[in-house]
Design a protein around this ligand. Structure first.
Ligand SMILES: O=C(O)C1=C[C@@H](OP(=O)(O)O)[C@@H](O)[C@H](O)C1
Ligand SMILES: C=C(OP(=O)(O)O)C(=O)O
Length: 447
């Protein structure tokens, strides 16, 4: 297995970070463009495993896409969602967005058959809420090769009829986002209603805002019920759609100057409109970091005034992809913190709550784990002792965010002599959303 030993920063971080495009926006824009009746160029798109999976799947479904990785753009010809072919195999890898959004889109096609599978981790991730509602609607007839409700499966599709789609999206907001995006193309008036709560709320707002940007909105919304008139398509009466840089990826560089000192300019992060994860700036503000918008950029640096008391508890339910960033740097805090609202992340790339607890314990930290929370009691002396003789190898569990967040922690000059103390196992897993992460990180090291 490949390993990367992190060299600590012996001087404060400085420089400008150009972040890749947002994964969530790129994969939504690809679906919405395919569902629209026009051609469109996506600018500032992300090129990574998760978006390559979406691009390949749409190509397999007969859509014309011309990706230009060097120019970060993708030209796509929409066909009102019309899928060519009736017997197609798709592998969604470990891309949650592709898994949920594509499955819902396939259900629109009458009289076809699709075989879907994903990575080993994806075979354990929640799909049941989505498959159940599509089955009850008569849109699909699923057949499972393994455990019912999970990949791999085959779906015979009948087309999405109108009516009421009651959905359980408690395990993943992507299930609700998927249904919302396809509901306007159902055969008749459609109501999407949530049977309970959902997690990661800002991603639902992202979906609804992007649907509106592509020309289609619910006719009305009331108490978690979204009404659509039916028989619509998306219209994107513009030649280009510009994708925001990825706010979750930015969380690592909001944390870096806290770990190393210094100041960073995050390009085009100054006016993020669609991504709730920009709220991580508030977490870092509580830790004593300042973020100022300058032109379109965000400049992050330690506050000049001393930080007040850090809150004892942070609720990450709305921005859970960023909880790993805070958890990884928590050994450098002065007081214990509790991170709550993260039970659903146990069913993501890996069991993230358990993975973070396990790796922090390897670093000598005291960690208490509940179903929905982590309490980390920082211990700097134990951190130094655990890493005194050789770097500790952090296991990453095929989870890009475990790799990237501990990569940031390893930048602290912990032993004062520039000696490396953290090794990241399988650093290549960051290719899911940020293939060049460790190169970008290295470029911020003053020479
Ligand atoms: O809709 C989206 O683009 C996402 C929603 C969230 O998933 P869950 O709703 O499963 O938490 C988030 O964790 C994921 O990275 C992206
Ligand atoms: C949870 C994540 O991804 P996915 O889109 O596969 O759910 C993530 O990127 O942190």
């Amino acid at each position: 297995m490949e390993q990367l030993t992190i060299s600590p920063f012996t001087r404060p971080a400085s420089g400008t970070v150009s972040l890749p495009g947002s994964k969530s926006i790129t994969n939504r824009a690809l679906i919405l463009a395919a569902l629209s009746r026009e051609s469109l160029t996506l600018e500032g798109a992300l090129f990574s495993e998760d978006t390559e999976i979406m691009i390949s799947a749409l190509k397999a479904l007969g859509f014309t896409l011309s990706p230009d990785p060097a120019g970060n753009s993708i030209f796509i010809v929409g066909r009102g969602g019309y899928i060519l072919g009736r017997d197609i195999e798709i592998n969604v890898g470990n891309a949650g967005t592709a898994a949920r959004f594509l499955t819902a889109m396939l259900a629109l096609k009458p009289r076809a058959s699709f075989r879907l599978d994903g990575s080993e981790a994806m075979r354990k991730r929640p799909m049941k809420g989505l498959l159940d509602v599509l089955t009850h609607n008569g849109a699909i007839v699923p057949e499972f090769s393994g455990e019912p409700g999970f990949f791999p499966f085959e779906i015979k599709t009948r087309g999405l009829f109108g009516g009421t789609l009651s959905v359980d999206a408690s395990a993943s907001s992507q299930i609700l986002s998927a249904l919302l995006m396809v509901a306007p193309l159902a055969g008749g008036p459609t109501t999407v209603e949530l049977t309970g709560e959902t997690v990661s709320r800002p991603f639902i707002d992202m979906t609804l805002t992007m649907m509106a940007q592509f020309g289609t909105e619910p006719k009305s919304v009331e108490h978690g019920r979204y009404h659509f008139a039916g028989e619509h398509s998306y219209y994107c009466a513009r030649p280009a759609y510009v994708i925001e840089p990825d706010a979750t990826a930015a969380s690592y560089f909001m944390a870096l100057p806290w770990v190393t000192g210094g100041s960073l300019r995050l390009q085009r992060m100054g006016n993020i409109c669609l991504q709730g994860d920009i709220g991580f700036t508030e977490v870092m503000a509580a830790l004593g970091m300042d973020s100022q918008t300058e032109d379109e950029d965000l400049v992050v640096s330690p506050k000049s005034a001393p930080a007040g008391d850090i809150p004892a508890s942070f609720d990450f339910n709305a921005i859970s992809d960023t909880f790993l960033t805070l958890a990884a740097i928590s050994p450098l805090l002065e007081k214990p913190i509790t991170i709550t609202g993260i039970a659903h992340t146990r069913k993501q790339e890996t069991d993230r709550v358990h993975a973070m607890a396990t790796e922090l314990r390897k670093l000598g930290q005291r960690v208490a784990e509940t179903e929905d929370s982590l309490t980390i009691t920082p211990d700097l002396a134990a951190l130094k002792a655990a890493t005194a003789t050789a770097p500790v190898a952090i296991d990453t569990y095929h989870d890009h965010r475990v790799a990237m967040s501990f990569g940031i922690l390893g930048c602290r000059n912990l032993h004062g002599d520039g000696r490396p103390w953290i090794t990241i196992n399988d650093p290549g897993c960051c290719a899911k959303t940020f293939p060049r992460f460790f190169e970008v990180l290295n470029d911020l090291r003053p020479s």
